[in-house]
Write a protein that binds this ligand. Structure first.
Ligand code: BES
Ligand code: ZN
Ligand code: ZN
Length: 497
């Protein structure tokens, strides 16, 4: 891992990183800046100095000169996702080489499926920045971690490509910030700690921060947040972060985007206790909130010209003599009464209050919530994408466009009146979980729909399958992915364009 990645137009005497397509096998035409001669075309028969190198996506080869070949796969098949993977693999190779610098020679826009040069630079750098991260903030005296390499400088002569890279590195930084907090364990990161961290972030990047604490939430009638969090020694709270820049894009004049993130710092399940080791990993139950936190970090640091308000519903779902129970009936901030049938369906309870608070007190032009809400979404969609429920086609179009550009994939599921009726209770207005597990992820969304004003465009993203990975992948080491940060940034930017 490198301490940081810097950019320059060219770095003197640095090795070259040459992007090679598997179906062209030509060294790019740029002369290398250091000593040594450039290689010549060799058709599809491979490159003379690189036996065995096929140019497959993400394949790397270090030539005797010290230059690096980076495979990009077939020219017409290269997409942004492929560039992210190539960036990540390149990063790992440069790390092993402990490179101090490198000049990129990657020609993108020649194939039939020409990709915009700046988007290409962004994708490559996102891959590099996301791969240049690990969980080492708890490395102790017995650590096996390799020492961190000093900052590395990457040269790229193409101004558009470089500008894109700048953006990609910034997005990776905001994502890595979200990942860092997501990985912070529950014995440290509890609701009180989260509130302090949000305040610290707000001060350092320039956001407004307000925290509705436990007693205020009680007197405001936020039965969801207070019930879920009451059993923990660290009491629940609602964090509100606001980015209201001096310059708003003309197109975003009437936009006030509300982002809501489930921030359960730990989910034991409560009295409906998680059993058979399903509790392990529940520190990631705050990942929705971390996506919002990372997006707010990006909005402030990149000075995005859009008004955005982020809400984090912080609570720790614990077992204690003071915890809420199955059979409790609670009244939510908007007056809806809920019969608690399962204390493990806690996310929808904290989100319900935050969503109705947003509708009533913040009055956003659109709301997007993100939550590790159900195991059912993982059964339905696996780890390939998040599930999305949306009541508004223009908002859905914007989110689909953001998913396309960020590579953070989403797939729509239905949410109808029938699903809402399914959540009715005999003893209260609604129940938090139906005895039947049918349409499990939709039940979560249907519950949330009771807390959103019909007139406000709203999308709910269930990110339980994508918030963290169990083993090392191209872009992500085992641990949190920061899913949603880049998607939300692209959504915000979409409003400005
Ligand atoms: N935090 C979990 C959802 C979850 C499960 C996230 C697996 C990541 C991986 C959520 O609070 C939960 O426990 N949901 C229950 C809901 C049920 C009790 C209605 C579930 O999914 O089983
Ligand atoms: Zn739960
Ligand atoms: Zn949960």
């Amino acid at each position: 891992m490198f301490k940081s990645i810097k950019l320059a137009s060219t770095v003197k005497s640095a090795p070259l990183v040459a992007g090679i397509y598997s179906d062209v096998m030509t060294m790019p035409s740029q002369p290398r800046s250091g000593a040594g001669k450039s290689k010549s075309r060799n058709g599809n028969g491979g490159l003379p100095d690189a036996p065995g190198f096929k140019g497959e996506l993400g394949e790397t080869f270090v030539l005797s000169s010290g230059d690096v070949l980076l495979g990009l796969g077939k020219r017409d098949e290269l997409k942004l996702d492929g560039l992210r993977i190539a960036g990540a693999r390149l990063m790992k190779r440069l790390d092993r080489l402990a490179a101090k610098n490198a000049n990129l020679a990657i020609s993108i826009s020649q194939g039939q499926s020409a990709i915009d040069s700046s988007l290409a630079g962004r994708a490559l750098a996102e891959g590099m920045g996301l791969a240049n991260w690990r969980v080492d903030f708890f490395a102790g005296s017995a650590t096996n971690n390799k020492a961190i390499n000093p900052p590395m400088t990457i040269g790229s002569a193409d101004g558009d490509f470089r500008a894109g890279m700048q953006r990609g590195l910034a997005l990776a930084e905001s994502t890595n910030y979200a990942r860092q907090i997501a990985a912070t364990p529950p014995n440290i990161c509890n609701p009180t700690w989260m509130a302090a961290e949000a305040r610290r972030l707000a001060r350092s990047v320039g956001l407004r921060c307000k925290v509705i604490d436990y007693t205020q939430a009680q007197s405001m009638g936020m039965g969801g947040i207070t019930s879920v969090g009451q059993g923990s020694a660290s009491k629940p709270c609602l964090i509100i972060l606001e980015h209201r820049p001096p310059r708003i894009a003309p197109k975003a004049k009437d936009v006030k985007l509300g982002l809501v993130g489930k921030t359960i710092t730990y989910d034991t399940g409560g009295y409906s206790l998680k059993i058979n080791n399903t509790m392990k990993g529940m520190k990631y139950d705050k990942s929705g909130g971390m996506a919002v936190l990372g997006a707010m970090h990006a909005a402030a640091t990149l000075k995005l010209p859009v008004h955005v308000v982020g809400l984090l519903t912080c609570a720790e779902n614990m077992v204690s003599n003071n915890s809420y129970r199955p059979d409790d009936i609670i009244t939510m901030y908007n007056g809806v009464s809920v019969e608690v049938t399962n204390t493990d369906a806690e996310g929808r309870l904290v989100l319900g209050d935050a969503l109705s608070y947003a509708c009533k007190d913040i009055k956003p032009s659109a709301i997007v919530d993100l939550a590790t809400l159900t195991g059912g979404i993982v059964t339905a969609l696996g780890h390939f994408c998040a599930g999305i429920f949306c009541n508004d086609d223009p908002l859905l179009r914007r989110l689909n466009a953001a998913a396309e550009s960020s590579g953070e994939k989403i797939w729509r599921l239905p949410l109808w009146k029938d699903h809402k009726e399914f959540m009715r209770s005999q003893h209260a207005d609604i129940l938090n979980s139906n005895a039947s597990r049918n349409a499990h992820p939709i039940q979560g969304a249907a519950f949330l729909a009771y807390f959103v004003d019909d007139k406000i465009p709203w999308a709910h993203l269930d990110i339980a399958g994508v918030a963290n990975v169990d083993s090392d992948k191209d872009l992500f080491v085992q641990g949190p992915t920061g899913f949603g940060v880049r998607l939300l940034v692209d959504l915000m930017e979409g409003y400005a364009q």
